[in-house]
Design a protein around this ligand. Structure first.
Ligand code: PEP
Ligand code: MN
Length: 336
């Protein structure tokens, strides 16, 4: 971190700042230029509040040089993190498909889709039991009963289950869920993130609708700071001025998150596109950009789905996307 001081500052105030930084374990390298005095902060500045420093009367500007996240940072953990979910590895060259309906609707629905996506190439089954809906009048999910039906589908197919937690108070219900999803709307629910940091469950952390990559990494940091390093980042599209698609898939985030962090990156082309016919091209782009997995919504009767039908693939379409994504993976592995 670099702090630029205002001209003609009172030396005792500068000394106060230097002493305060020293109390935080930060060494200060001072350089006096002709026009400016610059303080170079040396040490772990992740605990230093930049807003507090820039608010001081003697300070002209503050700039962070190193990222404020440590646990999620590839600089301090150069090797890819590999997460093992009931024998299915994700990251470090291991790629997985997570597929299933937006919402669990009935035992028949979730079990039959589970079998279909498994035979189409998915290793993990997704399905929402608690649904974050824009309208309070829309289907809210089957809640605890939905979790029970996911367990049933896991029993029938052997597929680990991925499902979204919406509130900290539900954590006990998620005890035997294989992967806990934190949805886009909860990406900065810091109390929830902290609580998940104290579990040893793999967490699929989705990027918020209007959050930067750094904010996503800081949310991962919340979970990891509590001791849980099993975090997967998920790019699911961000909100832009474009409205032909539901969101705008940020393909650059897939490549850049892989550069900045060692955590696996999953792409969700379904919520990015909002339209089933765009899922295939976005999925292939995500694979080419280096994603470690794809999460795709699949429904056996999209026209009658209780949630997100327009973006759901039918099982045979999902199978075809897997076939093509595998072809892309095969091509790019020769370039690495
Ligand atoms: C979902 O995965 O069904 C979901 C609600 O996703 P998001 O949080 O990305 O909107
Ligand atoms: Mn959905």
């Amino acid at each position: 971190m670099v702090v630029v001081l205002k001209k003609n500052t009172d030396e005792s105030q500068v000394q106060n700042l230097v002493n305060w930084l020293a109390s935080l374990g930060i060494d200060v390298h001072r350089s006096e230029g002709e026009y400016e005095t610059i303080l170079g902060l040396i040490g772990d500045t992740s605990h230093v509040d930049t807003d507090l420093i820039s608010g001081l009367g003697i300070v002209d500007a503050v700039k962070r040089i190193s990222e404020p996240y440590k646990n999620a940072n590839r600089k301090f953990h150069p090797d890819d993190t590999v997460i093992d979910i009931a024998g299915h590895k994700i990251g470090g060259g291991n790629f997985q498909y997570i597929a299933g309906p937006c919402s669990v609707e009935s035992e028949e629905q979730i079990c039959s889709i589970a079998k279909d996506v498994k035979s189409g190439g998915a290793a993990l089954l997704r399905g929402g039991a608690f649904k974050p809906r824009t309208s309070p009048y829309a289907f809210q999910g089957m809640r605890a009963e939905g979790l029970e039906l996911l367990r049933e589908a896991r029993k029938e197919t052997g597929m680990p289950i991925v499902t979204e937690i919406m509130d900290l108070s539900h954590l006990d219900l998620f005890e035997d869920v294989d992967v806990i999803q934190v949805g886009a709307r909860n990406m900065q629910n810091f109390e929830l993130l902290k609580a998940l940091g104290h579990t040893d469950k793999p967490v699929l952390l989705k990027r918020g609708l209007a959050n930067t990559m750094e904010e996503l990494l800081m949310s991962a940091e919340y979970i990891m700071a509590g001791g849980n390093s099993k975090v997967m980042l998920c790019e699911r599209g961000i909100r832009t001025f474009e409205n032909y698609t539901r969101n705008t898939m940020d393909v650059s985030a897939i490549a850049l998150l892989k550069e900045k962090s060692h955590l696996p990156v999953i792409a969700d082309p379904s919520h990015a596109a909002g339209l089933s016919r765009l899922v295939r091209p976005l999925a292939l782009a995500a694979v080419a950009a280096g994603a470690d997995g794809l999460m795709i919504e699949v429904h056996n009767d999209p026209a009658h789905a209780l949630c997100d039908g327009p973006q759901a693939l039918r099982p045979e379409e999902f199978k075809e996307v897997v076939r093509e994504a595998e072809a892309v993976r095969n091509i790019i592995k020769d370039f690495r």
